[in-house]
Write a protein that binds this ligand. Structure first.
Ligand SMILES: O=C(O)CCC(=O)C(=O)O
Length: 339
C-alpha cells in the first residue's frame, strides 16, 4: 500500500512539473504561429474567445507574404477603379489566385481550426479598404444576420493589411455581445455607410473595444458579436481583409453563392468550386504562381467557365457580381434568401 501511495505521489509531482514545464515552454513562445500549435495556448485563446466573442493574434502574416498582400490591395484598387474600395468582395476572389492563396495560408487555417475544427471551407472574404479622408463607417451589426448558413457555425478572421488605428477607423467590437441572439437587419443609409444596414443602432459604450492592429495581426470574431467601425478621417489608409471560414459540415443555403474547400474532409453538404486559374500577364504575380494552376483544387463542373474566361469577360463578371453583392446588402436580399 505504502509503495502504491509513494508511486501515486511521485506521479502527481511529475505530472505537475511536466505541466508547468510545458506551460513555461508555451509562454516563452512569442511567435503566434508556434502559439497556435501549443495545446495549452490554444485552450487559453479559445477560452478568451468564448468569454469575449473575439480575440487577437499578433504578427500572423509576416515578411514576403505580407508585402504581397499589401501589393495585392494596391493592384486591386488599380484594376477595379470603379469598385468602391470598401467593397472588394468575394466575386473578385473567385477569379483571383493570389486571394485564394492567401486565405488558404496554413497560418490562417491553423487559427481557424481552433474555432471550427480541421475540416475547413471558405464561405466569403472581403477587403474593407477605407481610403484616407473618405473611408466610410460600418454601422453596428452582427455578421450572422447577413449569412445564409446552416448551422451558423462560422468564424471570421480580420487580417490587418495596414496599421489600424482609432483615427483611421479601426474595427470596434462590443465585448461579450456574442452571447446575444442574432437580430433582424434594419435598412439604414445614414452617412452613406458601407453596408446600408445595421442590426443595432446603439450599444453600451463601456463595452466597446477599439481593435488597434499592426499589419499582419489578426482579430478573430464570433458571428453574433456586435461590431462596426468609424469613418476614416485620417491621412492614412485602413484596409483589413475579412475571411469567413466554415467547417465543412456547415451548409450554405444559397446555392449560387460560391464556397471553396480549403482543408480536410468534404461532408458533401456544399458543392465546392474550383480554385481560380492564374492568367499570366493579367493577374498579380506572387511567389509560387507558376505552379498554381497544376496544384489548385478543381471541380470539373466549374472548369468550363474558368477555362473560357478572357480578361474582358472576367472584368465584366466581377463588376456585375460585386454590384449584386452591394445591392443585396442594401436590399437585405441575402437575408431574404435565407428564409
Ligand atoms: O472592417 C470593418 O470596418 C468592418 C468589418 C466587419 O464588419 C467584419 O469583419 O465583419
Amino acid at each position: 500500500m505504502r509503495t502504491l501511495l509513494k508511486a501515486a505521489f511521485a506521479f502527481g509531482r511529475f505530472n505537475t512539473r511536466f505541466h508547468n514545464l510545458f506551460q513555461m515552454q508555451c509562454d516563452r513562445q512569442l511567435s503566434t504561429n508556434q502559439v497556435t500549435k501549443c495545446p495549452y495556448e490554444r485552450e487559453k485563446i479559445r477560452k478568451e474567445f468564448d468569454e469575449n466573442g473575439y480575440t487577437i493574434l499578433r504578427k500572423v502574416i509576416t515578411g514576403k507574404v505580407l508585402e504581397e498582400v499589401q501589393r495585392h490591395v494596391d493592384w486591386l484598387l488599380e484594376r477595379y477603379p470603379d469598385v468602391p474600395p470598401e467593397h472588394l468582395h468575394h466575386p473578385i476572389l473567385r477569379r483571383d489566385p493570389f486571394w485564394m492563396r492567401l486565405v488558404s495560408d496554413s497560418r490562417l487555417l491553423d487559427i481557424a481550426s481552433m474555432f471550427i475544427g480541421p475540416h475547413i471551407a471558405l464561405f466569403a472574404s472581403h477587403y474593407f479598404c477605407k481610403l484616407p479622408g473618405t473611408g466610410k463607417r460600418v454601422l453596428w451589426h452582427q455578421d450572422g444576420s447577413y449569412w445564409p448558413l446552416e448551422p451558423m457555425h462560422v468564424v471570421s478572421l480580420w487580417l490587418s493589411v495596414d496599421k489600424a488605428t482609432v483615427q483611421n477607423g479601426c474595427l470596434r467590437v462590443v465585448r461579450g455581445s456574442h452571447k446575444s441572439a442574432l437580430k433582424e437587419l434594419q435598412s439604414c443609409t445614414k452617412d452613406n455607410n458601407v453596408l446600408g444596414s445595421h442590426t443595432h443602432s446603439d450599444v453600451n459604450d463601456d463595452d466597446v473595444v477599439n481593435i488597434t492592429l499592426d499589419p499582419g495581426d489578426v482579430e478573430i470574431h464570433h458571428p453574433n458579436i456586435i461590431h462596426g467601425s468609424e469613418a476614416n478621417t485620417s491621412k492614412t489608409r485602413r484596409c483589413g481583409l475579412t475571411i469567413r471560414y466554415i467547417p465543412t459540415t456547415t451548409r450554405c443555403t444559397n446555392p449560387s453563392h460560391p464556397v471553396y474547400i480549403l482543408q480536410g474532409n468534404d461532408s458533401k453538404v456544399n458543392q465546392y468550386r474550383s480554385w481560380p486559374l492564374f492568367m499570366s500577364g493579367y493577374h498579380m504575380p506572387f511567389e509560387g504562381c507558376e505552379k498554381w494552376n497544376s496544384s489548385r483544387y478543381v471541380n470539373r463542373d466549374d472548369e468550363e467557365y474558368l477555362q473560357c474566361l478572357t480578361e474582358k469577360t472576367l472584368e465584366e463578371d466581377v463588376r456585375r457580381e460585386v454590384k449584386e453583392v452591394i445591392d443585396g446588402l442594401q436590399s437585405q436580399r441575402m437575408r431574404t434568401q435565407q428564409q
